[in-house]
Design a protein around this ligand. Sequence first.
Ligand SMILES: [Zn+2]
Length: 342
Amino acid sequence: MTLNDLNIPEKICQQCILPGTFPGIKFNNSGICKYCQKESLSKQTKVIKKKSDYRDRLDSLIKDIQGTAPAYDIIVAFSGGKDSSYTLKLLKDYYDLRIIALTFDNHFVSPVAFDNIKNVTDKLKVDSLIIRPPWSVLNEIFSLTSKKDIFSKPTLLRASSICTACIGMVKSIVLKTALEMSIPLVGFGWSPGQAPIQSAILKTNPSLIKPNQEALKKAYPQDLLATLNSYFVPQTYFEKFKDSFPHNIHPLAFFDYDEEKIKQELRSIGWQAPEDTDTNSSNCLINAFANKCHISRHGFHPYVWEIANMVRQGIMTRDEGLIKIYTEQNTKMVAYAEEKLT
Ligand SMILES: [Zn+2]
């Protein structure tokens, strides 16, 4: 893959990779976007300090919590992809937590990702729980969101509607399981570009979760919502478990993040990079189609915000970012998902 093979837009930030089609973007005379202009060197120094503060905070939170729950210290949303596999390894190796890894099988998990799920949880000696709603449910959700943007406008800047629907289910199911099993921590493998450090350690509570869940529910048509209700946190839980809502953590925001090093470390626990996924996923076979739907409706790639953040933070080079975002979606993969959905 060379840069000549990419579909790089004419108007694009010369520092990160945000395109002129990104909603609300402005460039200065040197072609630098408003987000890059805000990012100063002093801010980067502050981020390094912040990262070490967050590591201290997590150390002390874990010290308080470890061993207090009946069975597990943490439930981790585990897709079998690179980032959640690495998060699992970090939590096991570094903190030696009692972990249950929850995998949401959305019927588009790549076969290699399934091998990774088994190998990684075996090697790390972690319990694995796979939840797989029937195909009819996911077919309906993905068919709907492939054609229509049902969620709020701001979500479209960060992810495709297909992804938002799927991740919404993952978050609900993980939280519901944490409450039911009295697990005090919930772990996610968000990359440092995906979620800001400010939310990397967050105590959840009913008044935080309830409105989010309501907004998500409102987006769905009534008949589909009736089917989906069993995956959301039941209303009664907000009262019943009000004092035992977990802390959410996403440690990749404040631990070192280097894609090549991560892949190398993961190989030592039996993880392999799948060859059948797109440039922005290492587990999901609907992602290429989801990206294509989003690009054709909105004129920008649903991962460009995340990747531009990582380029700006110096986590990846601009050229690496360009390849991730401006490579044509693999037509075979797009067709695979398109044909599977009805
Ligand atoms: Zn920029």
